[in-house]
Design a protein around this ligand. Structure first.
Ligand SMILES: Cc1ncc(COP(=O)(O)O)c(C=O)c1O
Length: 334
């Protein structure tokens, strides 16, 4: 992703902390497309990133900038994947790292953090409880807080997905991009890239509709559209097979809403059964093993067609945000 260095916040190339993230492939999903009579269905496959998810991009940018600032201690609350990425990039940069993760997260996410030498703290509850723990610890331990949207550089790394989609499609953006969202850095970052590319004159003013997909078990964005003032009152978030989407009170919810509103987009919620069906369908039809988070985007397509929110002739890009590896045990029993 550092091919876009000039558009990234790091000033000196010697501060770049990279493990080879980015320039992930676009894969044509021709079997799934014909199943729903779609003319163009493509997946941007982030599973091949170091540490197995698109989190590598945001964390590469944030850790590089931390290095440039001379920061030597960081802390992060995580639903799973960002913690593993943080541990790996901090190890590479020689930065101390504390990861705070829900205790119900599968062991493989925890092992990844420990293998890279991070201190791992487990907390009962979802990522919002981890964020509270981080607030408490960061003062005691004087660690820099890398929470989603509370520092500005993770979005900068994530925006390179938008640059790549444009470059890989020969600067002709698709009609629709379907993106799984938790904290929202992917969605917000991609949109930021498109805005920048218009200013640069690299693409025309036409922009894709941005569809945000959440787990029905934890869909704060959807709840906030239904009742923007009181949605928190009756909101009872639950864990999801798509761990990365179980973010009950995203700090950047207004930024996500802005992207959806500006792009004439939509929010779709996907049930747990649909998530496991989605993973299996993609495996069977396309011979691809992807993350539960990524599989939500495929299931969202049918919802969007039924509601007439997309047309079969639209050029559709799905974002698979991670590899299947960390969820294999969970999915085996479904
Ligand atoms: C695999 C995966 N997909 C999607 C997401 C959601 O990402 P974002 O916080 O950028 O919305 C996460 C977040 O942890 C994740 O781990």
């Amino acid at each position: 992703m550092w091919r876009y260095f000039e558009m990234l916040p790091v000033k000196d190339v010697k501060n770049i902390v990279t493990l080879g993230e980015g320039m992930t492939p676009l894969r044509r999903l021709s079997h799934l497309a014909s199943y729903l009579n779609l003319s163009s269905l493509i997946m941007k496959d982030e599973s091949v990133n170091p540490t197995g998810s698109f989190k590598a991009r945001g964390i590469s940018a944030a850790v590089s900038k931390a290095k440039e600032f001379g920061i030597d201690r960081c802390i992060i609350p995580t639903a799973g994947s960002a913690g593993g990425a943080m541990a790996a990039y901090c190890a590479k940069a020689g930065i101390q790292c504390i990861v705070v993760m829900p205790e119900h997260t599968p062991d493989v996410f925890k092992m990844q953090c420990r293998h890279y030498g991070a201190e791992l703290i487990l907390v009962k509850g979802l990522i919002n409880e981890c964020a509270k723990k981080v607030e408490e610890l960061k003062k005691q331990k004087d660690h820099f807080d890398m929470s989603t949207m509370k520092e500005p550089y993770r979005v900068e790394g994530k925006k390179t997905i938008g640059y790549e989609i444009a470059e890989q499609l020969d600067w002709q953006l698709p009609d629709v991009i379907i993106c799984p969202v938790g904290g929202g850095t992917g969605l917000v970052g991609i949109w930021k890239a498109f805005k920048e590319m218009i200013e640069l004159g690299w693409i025309k003013e036409f922009l894709p509709r941005m569809i945000a997909v959440q787990a029905a078990n934890c869909a704060p964005l959807l709840a906030s559209y239904k009742d923007s003032l009181n949605w928190k009152q009756n909101f009872s978030p639950q864990p999801s097979l798509a761990y990365g989407l179980a973010v009950p009170y995203p700090f950047g919810i207004d930024l996500m809403r802005k992207v959806i509103d500006e792009s004439n987009g939509e929010v779709i919620a996907i049930t747990e059964n649909e998530i496991s069906d989605g993973v299996k369908e993609i495996e069977q039809e396309e011979k691809m093993a992807i993350s539960p988070e990524g599989a939500t985007t495929w299931k969202a397509v049918s919802h969007l067609l039924v509601k007439n929110l997309i047309s079969p002739n639209d050029k559709i890009v799905l974002l698979n945000t991670g590899s299947d590896h960390k969820s294999l045990e969970d999915l085996d029993g479904t």
